[in-house]
Design a binder for this molecule. Structure first.
Ligand code: FMN
Length: 179
């Protein structure tokens, strides 16, 4: 059987994002997989742009990646207690693509943040945003990595056993869902 196809989406655009490290850790905990990383460098959603030029190619690429994936893993920081503009923009664009790319798609969400709550409030907002997209959100112990700057070693791996165990639980559940 081929390895499951995972699409990872980082709500943070920066290269050194803790959320990208968290996604790498999620993939490592999942085990063998065919992994694609989404690119959220998309134009801002603008109804006039959509009317004049249609849905941009980069959005179609993202939508195709979502459709092709067996599961999607999203890790996003919260910005001012909400999801990042880049992630919201991407979800808004994807919602404009025919065929509801997220519909029924097993999806796991997590967050890493500098603050004490690890992005919990933003994560609830993300869960709300996935409802109209009809993603199949897999719940489990919430994974909100707080004070993220202290939680990853130089190798980019999580250092705290509590987070490692929660991540393994979530990824095992995803693995079971896809088996
Ligand atoms: C615009 C902005 C808003 C932020 N708002 C929050 C916040 O609401 N809660 C929090 O814990 N950290 C907040 N932070 C700090 C982020 O948690 C921190 O920059 C984190 O490293 C971002 O995730 P990343 O490493 O994946 O880019 C904010 C940072 C930025 C740039």
């Amino acid at each position: 059987m081929p390895d499951p196809k995972l699409l990872t989406i980082s709500g943070s655009l920066r290269k050194g994002a803790y959320n990208r490290m968290l996604l790498n850790e999620a993939v490592r905990a999942f085990g063998p997989a065919d992994v694609t990383e989404a690119d959220l460098h998309l134009p801002l959603y603008d109804g006039d742009l959509e009317e004049a030029e249609g849905v941009p190619d980069a959005v179609h690429t993202l939508a195709d990646q979502i459709k092709a994936a067996d599961a999607v893993i999203i890790a996003s920081p919260e910005y001012n207690k909400g999801i990042t503009g880049a992630l919201k923009n991407a979800l808004d664009w994807v919602s404009r693509v025919e065929g509801m790319p997220f519909k029924g798609k097993p999806t796991v969400v997590m967050s890493a943040n500098a603050g004490r709550t690890g992005g919990e409030t933003g994560q609830f907002m993300l869960l709300s945003c996935l409802v109209p997209l009809q993603a199949e959100v897999l719940t489990g112990p919430m994974l909100c990595v707080a004070a993220a700057h202290n939680e990853f070693g130089e190798d980019g791996q999580l250092t705290n056993d509590l987070y490692v165990k929660a991540l393994q639980t979530r990824m095992r559940a995803l693995h079971d869902r896809l088996s």
